[in-house]
Structure formats: C-alpha cells, structure tokens
Unconditional design. Sequence first.
Length: 386
Amino acid sequence: MQIGKKALIGVAASSALAVGVMPLVSSAAVKAPPVSVNSFTSNFSFMNQLKSVTAAGHGKVGVLLPDTVTSARYVQFDAPLLTKAFKLAGLAAGNLVVSNAQGVDATELSQAQADVTGGASVLIMDPLDSGIGAQIESYAAAHKVKVIDYDRLTLDGTASYYVSFNNVAVGTAIGNGLVSCLASWKVKSPKIIEGYGSTTDNNATLFGQGYDAVLKAHKLVPVTKLAGTWDPTVAQTEFEGAFTAHPTANALLSPNDANAAGVITYLQGKGVKPYTFPTTGQDASTVGLQNIISGYQCGTVYKPVFLEAQAAATLALFLRAGLTPGSALVNGKTNNHKANVASVLLNAEWVTPSTIEKTVVADGAVTAATICTSSFKADCTKYGIK
C-alpha cells in the first residue's frame, strides 16, 4: 500500500511522541517581540510579551545559584526575580526548577545533573567557580542542553550566552566611590586596606581590575592587600589581622556589602565613629544600605538584579524555542579563555545616602520599611527615605 507524504509525517510525529521526543516547532513560525537591553523595567511589563515564545518552547529551565553566604542577593533578589520573570512570561511552575548549591561544588553539579535528567533544555547557571562551571557545561553539552552563564563567567566553558553587569565598570565605580568618600569625609593621608573577592571568581578579578586602576590613577597605594574571599567571616578575620599589623589604617576598599558588614561591626567595637573610616561595598543589600545611611559605609554598587533576571529569562525562553536573539539584546562578547561568548552586559550605578530613595527604593529592590527599622529611622528621615 502506498503511503502519502502527509501520512508519513503523521506517523513520524506519532512515533516521536511515543518515545518521548518533543516535536520541534519551527522558529520561523514563532512571533517573537523585538527586545533590547532597554526593554526591561522594574515592573516586568515586557515579560508578558514573551508568552508566544514560551508556548513555542520545550523542556524545563533549571536555575543554578551558588550559595547563601557570599551575598544576600541570591535569596533576596535572584531567586524570586527569576521566578517572577518566568511566571509573567507564561512558563508553567512545573517547568522551572530553582536550586541553590549552598557553597558546595558537588551539590551544584548534582543539581545540574538532576535538572537535565528531569527534562531541562536550558540551564541558567551562576557557577561557584569556573572549574565546576566547566564540568556542568560539559555535561550539559553532552546531553544537548544549552547553558547561560549568569552573573559569573565560566572560564574555559561552553556557555551559549553570558548575562551580567559590566564588571570592570563595577570595580571602577567602587574605586571612584572610595576616592570621593575620602575627600567628603576629609580623610587626610589615606591609609587603605584593599580587599578582594574570591580568587576563583572571575568577577572578583574584573572588579579588582576596575578599582586597582582607579587607585593607581589617584596615586593611592594601599598599606596592604587582603588575600581575597567572598566569605564574610574570613573577610573579617583577614581585616583584623591587617588592622593589627597596620593600626593607622583609616579606610577599607571592600568588594561587597557582606564583606564590609563584619568589618564595620568590628570597627564599631573599637570605637570608630561615623564618617571617619570610609568603607565601600556592592549589592545594595539591606545591611549595606543601613551602614551607608548611618555613616559607616560610603556607598554601594547597585546592580538592578531585576534587569539581569529578565535578560537571563528572555535568553532562556529564546533558546528553549530555538530562537536567536538580536544584537539589541546581545550587546557584547566576553572572552572566557576559550571563545568569545555572546553577552548581555548591563549597567550598574554607585549609590550614596542621598540617592537610595530614587534608585533602590524607587525600583522596589529594597523597601524603605526594610531599611528604616528602629535604629535607622532618624537616618532615613535625614536622607528622605520613605
């Protein structure tokens, strides 16, 4: 019996379904809205426009976050904002898995493997370090799963895309923030203790490049440089040792709010007064913002994670539907030592007491009520945070 082409197509499709293979939707048939790095806002309104892209895709999306210690952002911002972005884009809750490795490489790898086994077609990964990131990407590639490096680049990896902020510019903002603060707080003869993030984190390297260049340009030579860590307890221990060795030190260049917080508590215990010992930070965390308005931290780099979350979710949904985003969204390339990775690079900004209300609070990243607890109400009133 002769079987027509339409019948053959029907048989093939039925067979594919029978063995559990999802029939692919032609990318040409999917109507994707135009998207750029400027499409995303704090109200997530663009994500609703991606429902047709979501409907055309297949497989789950696995989100792999690194820990809950190095920064409050992963719990406070990334996990809920990524979940919100996918939900508004129409991705069913059962098709999204958000995990946190709690600082353990083996856990991040096992979570990735579980996502792939569970039907993920795309992984969004913030690797604990490049070593485990490369392992996860190799495993994903072997199973034809696409990976987006999220916030941290995996060196020598195989990610399809990288979404982050311009991290050298972040470091530059930290350095400029310190220089400005030294002047406004009238610190004469600055004696700076310089801190770094983990040596295994490429972002920490890029931050350092940024603020090292600023210090060099202003002929500011630190009295000592700390070894580097994202563990706040270790960062405090490193600082205490450095401060004991250099008791006349009068400023700290800290790479983030979490590392700065323990040091600030230590300095307060030593009787250090507000507006006398400039300290920097990053992440616009609640504790960081409170330290800023109370005069113990100069400022913080505010990275609107809602932009990063929406950009990563958009890329994941495009990959899931077999679509290629344009250059208005993918606005750069980042070398990972093996290849130039197509990248979405976003802008961050330095936030000081007088700009918290119109940035962090206005965006809804942190509420005034969260910042202005009893001990900080007067500070909030002083800086118009309400």
